[in-house]
Design a protein around this ligand. Structure first.
Ligand code: C2E
Ligand code: MG
Ligand code: MG
Length: 805
C-alpha cells in the first residue's frame, strides 16, 4: 500500500498551501503553507490555532464555518478571506476546504491561495479600463468577460485550455456550450449556469466547481470565480477558471489512501520522528484493543511484550536509520495483556529536506498462523498416538547426533525395540487397549532415559531410542536392562493385569555403521537376535560388545554377593616420611577375590559399583573393615593411621559423616587415626555442598587428602578454599621422573604452591631410587609406591612393620 507516497505527495510536494487541522489546531502543514504565511518551516506551524492565519475581524465568521464543517454540516467549500502573515501584513486569500475521516478522527483540510493580485486587478478596473484589458489579456489563468449570460471576450489562456484555434470562435457563446449537457450533480449545465450567473449579479462574487468540455470533447474540472463588474457602463461578469484536475487527483488519492487506511486488514501506525503516535487505523484498534485516542501522543512501546531484548530493538533502530526500512517478526502485547506475534514493516518517510519526518508501521497479527504452523510441523514430525518423535524426526535427530559425535569423537547408541507378543494383546483385547499399551510403553521408556536422549516410535510396536554421550557401552547395556525391567512391570488393560516384554537390538556409532540408515538396520538385526535368544533381552550388533556387556552384568550380580559373601579384602600400602624413613600411615585398597575369576582389580569393579549404586554398601564395608583393623593395631600400642578412598557418589551421601561417626564410636577408634582420600572430581562436583561435608568430617578429627592430584581441572589455589590437609601427586607425573623435564617442572610447581598454602604432599607410585632422590631434593614430604612396598594383606603387615626402619 502506498500510504507513504500519498502522505508525502499531499503534504510536501503540493504547490498549493495545504494544512490539515483538527479541533481548531493545525496538525500538519506543508512547506507551501509555511511559505505563504512567512514561516521558515512547516513544523513551526503545527499546533497553532488555524484561525490565527486570518485577520482578526474575519475570525468569528470563519470559525463558525469551520465549526459547522467539522460537525458534518454542508457548507461552502470555497470562500475568500483576508490572510495575516507572520509579519502582520495582510493579503487576499482564497480557501478551499473539505473534511474527511482518518483513523476514526475527523480532520479538516484547507487548500489556500494568495489571490491579492487578481483582486487588485479587478479593483483597478473602474479606474483604468485600458490597464484592465492588458491584465486581462496577459493573465495566465483562462479569463472571460460575460455580458447577457454569454462570453463576449476571452484571453489566450482560455483559448489554449479549450483547444480552439482563436478567440473569435469563442465569442457570443453560452457557458453551457463549453460544458457537457449535465454537471456531475445531475443538474443541466444550462440551467445551472443561468442560476449561478444570476446569483453573482446579485451578490457580487461567487466561486464554484464546474466541469467544462474541450473542443475535442474531453472534460476537465475547473474552479470558476465570477465577480460582478461594470464594463463600459454595462453590468458584466469577470470570470476566471482554474484547472483543478491535479487537486481532484490529489483528493481522490487521499480518499483512496484514507479508504485503504481505514479498511485494510493490516494495522497501521504513523508516528513522528520521535516515535510519538500521530494516527492509527481501525485495524490497529481491532488487533491491539487500543482505541486511537488511547495511543495518540504516546509511543508504540506501550505494546511492548518484553519477549525481545534491548539488543533486538537496537538492531531494529540502526537498520531503520541506515536503510529507512525494517521488517521482521515481533512479539507485542494487546491491551488485555495477551502477547501476539506481528509481522511488521516500518518505513521512514522523508520530509522535504530529505531527512526522515515520519515512521509508518504496517503490521499483521500472525499469532494464529504461527500456531497452526507449529501445529502442522508438530504433526508432521510426531506420532499422533504417543506424541513421540516419528521416523522423520528420528532421522533428523540421529543425523544431528552423529554429526556432533564425529566432531567430539563420542559414541552414539541406537536401540531398536520391538514389543514381544504385541500382536496377541492387540488381537485379544482390541485395538483400543493395544493403543493404551503403546502409550504406556512410550511413557515408561521416556522415564528411563535422560531428557537429552531421543525416544521415537517408528510405527506399530517398534520404538527407537538414541543415546548420546556415554563413556562405556556398559552404560548402554544398563539403559537397555532398565527399559526391559520397566516394560516388564504389569499394567492393567481392560480390567486385567497384562504382562508385556520387549526385545532390544543395539548398534553403536561409529563401529556398527557410518550413518543413520546403517545403524538402524544393524540395530534391527540385533533385535532379531535378541528375539531368537528367547525375548525380553537385549543384544549388541557387535558380538564382542555382547560379551563385554554380559560380563559386566554378571559381574554386577556377583558383586552383590561379594559384599555379603566374604570375598572382599583390604590391602594396605604404607606411606613413608621422606626425611626420616618413618611410617606416615597406610592407604587401604580394596581387593575382590572372585571365587572363579581370581583377584579382580578395583579399577574394573569400582566404576560398575558406582553406576549401580552398590558403591554405598561397599564403601561402608571398607570403612568398617579399616576401623576394625585400626582398633586392633592401636590396641597393640602402635599409633597407626589409615587412609581410605571415597568415591564421588559416596562422598555426596548425606548420611556419610553421621555413619562414619557411628563406626568410629563402635570400633573405639579416634577420628584422628582416619584419613579420607577424595579425587579432584569429587571435590569439584558441587563445591557448596562439598565444603559443608568436609567441615563436618574435619569436626570428627579426620584428615582429608585430594587423590590423583593434577589429573583434574582444579588448581591448588582453588582447592585452598576447602578444608583439606594434603594432596597426592598422581602417579602419572611421578612415572617419568626425573628425566621428563615437563613432569619435573609440574611436580616442583605443585610442591612450591603446596608449601605456600601449608598443605602436605604425598607422591604416589614411586618405584625407583631416582624418583625418590628427585622428590627428596624437591622437598616432597611423603612417598608411596612399590619402591617401599606393594599394597599388602593385613596378615603380612605385622611382618613389614617389624622389618621397617
Ligand atoms: P589410588 O587411590 O590412587 O590408589 C593408588 C593405586 O596405585 C593403587 O591401585 C595402588 O596399588 C597403585 N600403586 C601404588 N604404588 C604403585 C607403584 O609404585 N606403581 C604402580 N604401578 N602402582 C602403584 P589399586 O589398588 O588398583 O587401586 C586403584 C584405584 O582404585 C585407587 O587409586 C582408588 O581410586 C580406587 N580404590 C581402591 N580401593 C578403593 C576403595 O576402597 N574405595 C574406593 N572408592 N576406591 C578405591
Ligand atoms: Mg587413593
Ligand atoms: Mg591416586
Amino acid at each position: 500500500m502506498d500510504v507513504n507516497l500519498t502522505i508525502k505527495g499531499l503534504f510536501d510536494t503540493a504547490i498549493d498551501a495545504i494544512c490539515a487541522h483538527r479541533d481548531g489546531r493545525i496538525i500538519v502543514a506543508n512547506p507551501a503553507f509555511a511559505h505563504l504565511f512567512g514561516y521558515d518551516s512547516a513544523d513551526d506551524m503545527a499546533g497553532r490555532p488555524v484561525i490565527d492565519t486570518l485577520a482578526p475581524e474575519e475570525r468569528p465568521r470563519i470559525a463558525e464555518t469551520i465549526r459547522r464543517r467539522s460537525s458534518g454540516e454542508e457548507v461552502a467549500s470555497v470562500y475568500t478571506a483576508t490572510g495575516l502573515r507572520r509579519d502582520g501584513s495582510r493579503f487576499d486569500l482564497e480557501i478551499g476546504a473539505s473534511a474527511f475521516v482518518l483513523g476514526g478522527e475527523r480532520y479538516c483540510v484547507a487548500v489556500l491561495r494568495d489571490i491579492s493580485e487578481a483582486e487588485a486587478a479587478k479593483r483597478h478596473l473602474v479606474e483604468s479600463e485600458e490597464r484592465f484589458r492588458n491584465l486581462f489579456k496577459m493573465s495566465p489563468d483562462p479569463t472571460w468577460i460575460i455580458q447577457d449570460n454569454r462570453f463576449i471576450e476571452c484571453n489566450r489562456a482560455a483559448v489554449a485550455i479549450l483547444g480552439y484555434p482563436d478567440e473569435d470562435s469563442l465569442k457570443n457563446v453560452h457557458p453551457s456550450e463549453l460544458s457537457p449537457e449535465f454537471q456531475p450533480d445531475g443538474e443541466s449545465s444550462f440551467a445551472k449556469a443561468e442560476r449561478l450567473m444570476g446569483m453573482t449579479m446579485a451578490n457580487g462574487l461567487h466561486r464554484f466547481e464546474w466541469t467544462h468540455k474541450r473542443r475535442d470533447g474531453s472534460l476537465f474540472p475547473a474552479e470558476v470565480t465570477l465577480s460582478a463588474i461594470q464594463l463600459q457602463g454595462k453590468p458584466s461578469l469577470h470570470c476566471t477558471w482554474r484547472d483543478i484536475t491535479e487537486r481532484h487527483q490529489a483528493e481522490a488519492q487521499m480518499r483512496l489512501a484514507a479508504g485503504v487506511f481505514d479498511s485494510t486488514q493490516e494495522g497501521i501506525v504513523v508516528t513522528d520522528i520521535n516515535g510519538n503516535i500521530l494516527s492509527v487505523n481501525p485495524a490497529f484498534t481491532r488487533i491491539t484493543g487500543y482505541a486511537g485516542c488511547e495511543v495518540i501522543g504516546k509511543t508504540p512501546s506501550i505494546l511492548k511484550s518484553h519477549h525481545q531484548d534491548q539488543n533486538f530493538y537496537r538492531v531494529m533502530w540502526s537498520e531503520l536509520r541506515s536503510k529507512g526500512e525494517w521488517r521482521g517478526e515481533l512479539w507485542n502485547r494487546r491491551k488485555d495483556g495477551e502477547a501476539y506475534l506481528e509481522w511488521l514493516t516500518i518505513s521512514a518517510v522523508a520530509g522535504q529536506d530529505g531527512k526522515p519526518a515520519r515512521y509508518v508501521a504496517v503490521f499483521s497479527d500472525v499469532t494464529e498462523l504461527r500456531r497452526k504452523d507449529d501445529q502442522i510441523r508438530h504433526q508432521a514430525y510426531h506420532d499422533a498416538l504417543t506424541g513421540l518423535p516419528n521416523r522423520f524426526l528420528l532421522a533428523d535427530r540421529l543425523d544431528h547426533a552423529l554429526e556432533v559425535s564425529r566432531r567430539t569423537q563420542d559414541q552414539v547408541a541406537v536401540l531398536f525395540l520391538d514389543l514381544d507378543r504385541f500382536k496377541v494383546i492387540n488381537d485379544s483385547l482390541g485395538h483400543h487397549e493395544g493403543d493404551k499399551l503403546l502409550v504406556e510403553v512410550a511413557r515408561r521408556i521416556g522415564q528411563t532415559v535422560r531428557k537429552s536422549d531421543t525416544v521415537s516410535r517408528l510405527g506399530g510396536d517398534e520404538f527407537v531410542v538414541v543415546l548420546g554421550t556415554f563413556t562405556d557401552t556398559t552404560e548402554v547395556a544398563l539403559v537397555a536392562e532398565k527399559i526391559i525391567a520397566t516394560l516388564a512391570r504389569p499394567l492393567r488393560l481392560a480390567g486385567k493385569a497384562v504382562h508385556s516384554s520387549t526385545s532390544i537390538g543395539i548398534a553403536v556409532f561409529p563401529q556398527d555403521g557410518e550413518d543413520a540408515a546403517a545403524l538402524l538396520k544393524n540395530a534391527d538385526t540385533a533385535m532379531y537376535q535378541a528375539k531368537a535368544a528367547g525375548r525380553s533381552c537385549f543384544r549388541f550388533f557387535d558380538r564382542s560388545m555382547n560379551e563385554h556387556a554380559v560380563r559386566r552384568l554378571e559381574l554386577e550380580a556377583q558383586l552383590r554377593q561379594a559384599i555379603d559373601g566374604n570375598q572382599l579384602e583390604l590391602h594396605y600400602q604404607p606411606k613413608v616420611l621422606v626425611e626420616t624413613g618413618g611410617l606416615a600411615g597406610f592407604e587401604a585398597l580394596l581387593r575382590w577375590n572372585h571365587p572363579e575369576q581370581g583377584r579382580i582389580p578395583p579399577m574394573e569393579f569400582i566404576p560398575l559399583a558406582e553406576e549401580t549404586g552398590l558403591i554405598i554398601p561397599l564403601s561402608y564395608w571398607v570403612i568398617e573393615e579399616a576401623c576394625r583393623k585400626l582398633a586392633k593395631w592401636r590396641k597393640g600400642g602402635a599409633d597407626i593411621k589409615v587412609a581410605i578412598n571415597l568415591s564421588a557418589r559416596q562422598f555426596h551421601d548425606e548420611k556419610l559423616p553421621q555413619r562414619i561417626e557411628a563406626i568410629l564410636q563402635r570400633t573405639k577408634v579416634p577420628g584422628s587415626a582416619l584419613e579420607i582420600e577424595l579425587t579432584e572430581g569429587a571435590v569439584m562436583d558441587a563445591p557448596g555442598r562439598t565444603i559443608v561435608i568436609l567441615q563436618r568430617l574435619r569436626a570428627l578429627g579426620l584428615r582429608i587428602s585430594v587423590d590423583d592430584f593434577g589429573t583434574g581441572y582444579s588448581s591448588l589455589a582453588y582447592l585452598k578454599r576447602f578444608p583439606i590437609n594434603a594432596v597426592k601427586i598422581d602417579r602419572s607425573f611421578v612415572m617419568d621422573l626425573p628425566d621428563d623435564a615437563e613432569d619435573a617442572a609440574i611436580v616442583r610447581a605443585i610442591l612450591d604452591l603446596a608449601r605456600a598454602l601449608n598443605l602436605d604432599v604425598v607422591a604416589e607410585g614411586v618405584e625407583t631410587v631416582e624418583q625418590l632422590d628427585f622428590l627428596r631434593r624437591a622437598g616432597c614430604g611423603q612417598i608411596q609406591g612399590y619402591y617401599f612396598s606393594q599394597p599388602l594383606p593385613a596378615s603380612e603387615l605385622d611382618e613389614w612393620l617389624r622389618k621397617a626402619p
